[in-house]
Design a protein around this ligand. Sequence first.
Ligand code: GLU
Ligand code: ZN
Length: 495
Amino acid sequence: MANATPGSPVRVRFCPSPTGNPHVGLVRTALFNWAFARHHQGTLVFRIEDTDAARDSEESYGQLLDAMRWLGFDWDEGPEVGGPHAPYRQSQRMDLYKDIADKLLTAGHAYRCYCTTEELDARRDAARKAGKPSGYDGKCRVVTTEQKAAYEAEGRTSIVRFRMPDEPITFTDLVRGELTFTPENVPDYGIVRANGAPLYTLVNPVDDALMEITHVLRGEDLLSSTPRQIALYKALIELGVAKETPAFGHLPYVMGEGNKKLSKRDPQASLNLYRERGFLPAGLLNYLSLLGWSLSEDRDIFTMDEMVAAFDIEAVNANPARFDLKKCEAINGTHLRMLDVKDFIAACEPWLQAPHAPWAPEKFDRARFEAIAPHAQTRLTVLSDITPNVDFLFLDTPVEDEASWSKAMKEGSDALLRTAREKLEGADWSSPESLKEAVLAAGEEHGLKLGKAQAPVRVAVTGRTVGLPLFESLEILGKERTLARIDAALAKLTA
Ligand code: GLU
Ligand code: ZN
């Protein structure tokens, strides 16, 4: 099977079904198609495969569009942008499919199958027991006019089945190389339900043909449908519906916990999780691009422009890719550090407001936030972590975290805090160095190293044992409030 003609314009598609929330596997497929289209200055078609009325929803359709926009993927044809092959929602294209199914029937590429589910099951079981291929056995390939009349008189309904060729199908997968499927493994398959509704098996390749798709890049889970689609394409070319069979490339599986395929239902798989935790699209996409591809052996941090410039579908690795949340977070953290500080500040914005922010809106102080932001930018991995790291600046009293309190407040902490308070009171509050000297000196008086001495101070002032650099935090909070918080902690300790 020939690949698309070299040099001809590239047309790829991203064609999700609007069921459930968008997940990372879907995003990876969108990303590779988008990068391939942009690399080749081709066209990305965004098509909605909403032919399953029972599972599709408008809500999910809205989420898909929203996700594509958030990720920064632009498409050249599809919902909201239109195009020469509109409409791009399959639910609005039903007449087209019916017409093509009729043509396939008339030309003998498809036939009506009258077998009932019970009959099919019984024959499948028998074939299995006999150790024979258990797919559809071709019984209705030849049905005489009399038989047909008899079936219909019995009240049987029929589906439309595509007639697969009796020879093997070989094609060169862009990722996996040459693959051959033998006829026993690819039996005749249904393309139209008994109620007249066309199936995915028909509408997906028909739309690829009508939309003149040149490269089908999709997940490995769809590999088994490819020989069927290639055979259908051949029939469509014969009927003048398709011009050329596209090239196919199947992206590797994404594995999750316990080396099992990452499932849509896995909480880690949900795109919303990454949005809610404050991943940057650039960071998430950088990580997802590594699920099967790499820019070069020694570089795993890059921008989408760099990915587009370098993307090569033939360099995609066929082996399953492991989804590693820690690595995903680390890469996102690196992208946070790559931002201009003003962009970092802007990106934090949603997490400085309700429902994330626990402080009253009027307590927020932009100057203080801008002072602390650079310290957060060098440390965070996800934007949502900004809130607990800065809340001590905007709450009247720091959060009460019992675990932090009991961890930091030991025998003798009150004495240490008293000394630290005294020294901080006399320190130079325009320099974090001077505040550090004060706590260091207090620690020395009590035989404590800096780390041990600063822990009770940090918990007294911020409520937590971990946070941004302490002395910068104290400076930004201010002398008065710092001392008042140490007093409140001392009161609690001696109560
Ligand atoms: N609508 C199909 C899905 O959601 C896409 C099939 C394809 O890419 O060919 O899995
Ligand atoms: Zn049949």
